[in-house]
Design a protein around this ligand. Structure first.
Ligand code: NAD
Length: 282
């Protein structure tokens, strides 16, 4: 089975639209602030996707765009302004920021309750303690949404995560643990990666290497979530998993493109709506 992102997004959007309308009727329209420094093509593509997903879910977007040579104080004061603005419920700060900007100070200037992409220490603590402070990084949550949408059982299953970044690998592993999977996290120093991957019932790959996971890494019955976004030798977008080889053995696999990437921005809209609902409850 090919686990496409679109059906996940469609069903998510149906629920989100209802919730955002309910919030609007109560006088609180969900708003996402997007902070972008410079005009990096990947950032701009992600921003366009985020805007599309927000429009589909009933979330308004307010943009803070700066030139690539903007000063640190200017960006910091925009983030402080967003944090203090009662009409903004979430912020997406496109990173990495250029070297003159103090990334750590920017993350710390963001109000934890508006941290809809899990970049603050509060969100990380919330994720590890399973308490609702901030939000999980959107891509990690998108992996869990994908598994749930397609009815993939996690409880008691053997899950392997390839990659230990703060953005994907670590939070995905923690979320799988909360879903009662038995989790192994692999990284560049792991020995016997193929053997470990073959043992997985659920394999999540976020390494950033085109087709790293290929022949000899798969076993029958596996569900494979490919988070990687790379360019192959012919200039085409591909994942970290050799899709054709995975299809020959595994039970289910996400495509790249058309898999996790699109679900990530839908989860971002979901977080903004949740942040808005939390602020109304307060
Ligand atoms: P990263 O470079 O921060 O982390 C990569 C991780 O993979 C590291 O922990 C490293 O130890 C591990 N790794 C690298 N090579 C390995 C190897 N040969 N064997 C075992 N482990 C290895 O990257 P990231 O930010 O976590 O992103 C990973 C991939 O996911 C990238 O391709 C990125 O473009 C993609 N990504 C996609 C989305 C999305 O929305 N779909 C979002 C974020 C990242």
């Amino acid at each position: 089975m090919i686990l496409k992102g679109k059906p996940v997004i469609d069903s998510l959007n149906m629920e989100l639209k209802k919730e955002s309308e309910r919030l609007r009727l109560s006088g609180a329209a969900p708003v996402l602030a997007i902070v972008r420094v410079g005009d990096n093509a990947d950032d701009m593509a992600y921003e366009r996707n985020a805007e599309k997903c927000c429009a589909a879910a009933g979330v308004d977007v307010k943009k803070y765009i700066f030139p690539a040579d903007v000063g640190n104080e200017e960006v910091l004061s925009a983030v402080r302004e967003i944090s203090a603005d009662g009409n903004i419920h979430g912020a997406l700060i496109l990173r990495p920021l250029p070297p003159q900007i103090d990334d750590r100070a920017v993350c710390r200037a963001l109000a934890p309750e508006k941290d809809v992409d899990g970049i603050t220490e509060y969100s990380m603590a919330g994720l590890y303690s399973d308490k609702c402070v901030g939000f999980a990084p959107c891509t990690a949550e998108a992996c869990i949404c994908m598994l749930k949408h397609y009815g993939v059982k996690t409880s008691g299953k053997r899950a392997v995560v390839v990659g230990r970044s703060f953005v994907v690998g670590k939070p995905a592993a923690m979320m799988l643990l909360h879903e009662n999977a038995t989790v192994t996290v692999c990284h560049t120093k792991t020995h016997g990666l193929a053997d470990i991957c073959r043992e997985a019932d659920i394999l999540i790959v976020a390494a950033g290497h085109a087709k790293l996971i290929g022949e000899g890494f798969f076993s029958p019955g596996q569900t494979i979530i490919d988070v990687g976004i790379n360019i192959d030798e012919s200039g085409n977008i591909c994942g970290d998993v050799d899709f054709d080889k995975a299809c020959g053995t595994a039970a289910a696999v996400t495509p790249v493109p058309g898999g996790i990437g699109r679900v990530t921005t839908a989860v971002l809209a979901k977080h903004v709506i949740e942040a808005c609902a939390r602020s109304v409850q307060k």
